[in-house]
Design a protein around this ligand. Sequence first.
Ligand SMILES: [Zn+2]
Ligand SMILES: [Zn+2]
Length: 650
Amino acid sequence: MQRIPVLFPLALGCYDYAHSTDLPVGTFVRATLGRKKLLGVVWDKKPDETFPENKLKPILEVLPLPVLPHKTIRFINWVAGYTMNALGAVLKMALHPEIEKVSKKPCVFLPPNPNFSTIAFSAAQEKAVKQLLSLKDFQVALLDGVTGSGKTEVYFEAIAHALNQSKQVLVLLPEIILTTAWLNRFEKRFGVQPALWHSSITQKTRRDTWEAVRNGSAQVVVGARSALFLPFKELGLIVVDEEHDASFKQEDGVLYNARDMAIVRASQAPCPIILASATPSLETYCNAVDGRYQHIHLPERFAGAMLPDIELVDMRKKEKGPIKFISKRLQEALKEKMEKHEQSLLFINRRGYAPLVLCRACGTRLQCPHCSAWLTEHKGAGVIQCHHCGYTRKMPNECPCCHEKESLVACGPGVERVAEEVLTLFPMARIAEITSDTLTSPEQFEDLLNRIQNGMIDILIGTQMLAKGHHFPNLTLVGVIDADMGLAGGDLRAGERTFQLLNQVMGRAGREAKKGLALLQTYAPDNLILKALQENNRNAFLSEEMSARQLLKMPPYGKLVGIIISGKNNALTYQTAKTIAQKAPFMKGLDVLGPVVAPIAKLRDKHRYRLLVKADKTLKIQNLLQNWLKQVKIHPSVDVRIDIDPYSFF
Ligand SMILES: [Zn+2]
Ligand SMILES: [Zn+2]
């Protein structure tokens, strides 16, 4: 009789089972857990020899599936250890629900042809390509180039290089729904589409892709975060495009940063990894400046396209008239572009009509009954909605508090309201609103891109969905409705994120021969971040930010961990948070801040408190946290979540 450790795709650790023969690590088996018969994987963990052998349950069935590759198992172990999650929770991300089903007619993944077409490169691009091709084993490269400098085409050459060596390639993109343009470029270069991995592919495609990645017939996979956990047969290159993008951080379930984990995956392969960005994250930039990463520059825009002129529009000067959100300067610019038949983009990073509805009669603000958050008005749909929990109700026609009729007024702008104002100013304008409410599928997005490309739209109005890598040759004006918006949060990365986002939005203007113009509306024209944007001085901004973080020992110069304590019973939740803080170890290089009420004090009916742990980089923070939290008895109704390297602080 052998003891076999089995891991199930559930938020648990391994359990031992009995089997007549030894089974190789990675074998798929079926065994009972509680009363259920579940699929599990034989894991590379020492069995617990102290458990009496006669009490072990048997493995019910050894499934006739290929084993899970050893490197995938090693990666799962690493991610679980680093993020302090149960092994099974991470395994769940690496499998899919239909793993036992075999397709009768599996999808065919045609091999990309590395020699399908060639691109004429500039001298700078040629040099960058050469540097990328010389990357060996595990090396990290930052491909650092302004928007429109041809980063994608340059890293395509590294993909071709890996394909020539019969290796697989993984490309991670943020907001995978918006990848149509990227896929077209890929097809132009390699003759076929790559394999896709994201939440909206069908179960069958998911099943076939997973298997094709495992047996090596899917050679290039483009995916969202979770593609990292695919069972690659022979991974030879990883590319993380827009590496700075906050959406690489998963904020529910297992909290992990796909960019950081991709670096770990590359080190285990081992294979090179390319991080591409026009506005690198501070973490990556520091590593490049310090020489730990190769720093590859692409200094100029492709085909001589110029960066846009940037103007700050001071909104403190009150203008008369009923128009609220679009300044005179921006109105003039929009008018001029319409007359020239050029396109404009208005950026406001807020969905809906207005972020707040209040009663003129009694001052009540409409709040979500489940969260400490205001309800956003969606005028088109006639509803008010909580953007945190999704709570939605019909827009009331009287105040729910004082019952005064027609007393509710919208405060502040969202995409819908800016669109309404544009139509007041330019009734003939053909506009398109672009948010996650209006675009829900890749097909819709493709249709919109076609209408933009064919000149059927004059003014685009949208959220950050618009900011990502699209190429609109006739778009020459970008108007940022509220450049101050992102700065208000005041968290660690507020400045960095604002800089990245606005830089990216502005990069949409004038990507071909026509010079672009970007207008930033602001109430704080002296703000350093806006100044740096205006002067196109990214490195000055990064250096400033770097020295500030260094002084405060904030990431990347120190480590941060968020501990979020939440529960329906407020007193019990707070008590737990306080006990955790009291049990914190005293040691040099460790600071524990809090507990404080979280900025979103209530979310989905749960009260929330936060602790922030600041630690020297030399401390083994995971071990420390584990020993520390072991000493606190946590009531089952209270949830304690650990967020290593937090990105959101709400
Ligand atoms: Zn009222
Ligand atoms: Zn809510």
